[in-house]
Design a protein around this ligand. Sequence first.
Ligand SMILES: [Zn+2]
Length: 105
Amino acid sequence: MPRQSSKTKDLSRIIARKRTAGLLSLSEKALRDGNAELSRRYAALASKIQSHYRIRPSLRYKTCKACGSILVPGITSSTRLSSSHGYIVVKCAVCGKELHKVYKK
Ligand SMILES: [Zn+2]
């Protein structure tokens, strides 16, 4: 099987990024409309695309790795700073899993 050229990989990554952003916005809209199951389905599809392609971290931190739900601040997640450790803590309100993002080096 022939290898994909880097140009084809870049194009597929651009398409994956657009699809992920679209699925995440649909997921957030479904969550705000009260359809949590549909929201989780869209977020799971977006997460699957993100894991296959290397999507930039800003999109990667929008879904919970443990339960697959979308992380909307104030609805399904809470955000706080841990200044002593130098990271941002995003806590999923559905399963309680915490994600850490380093902001200090
Ligand atoms: Zn979760």
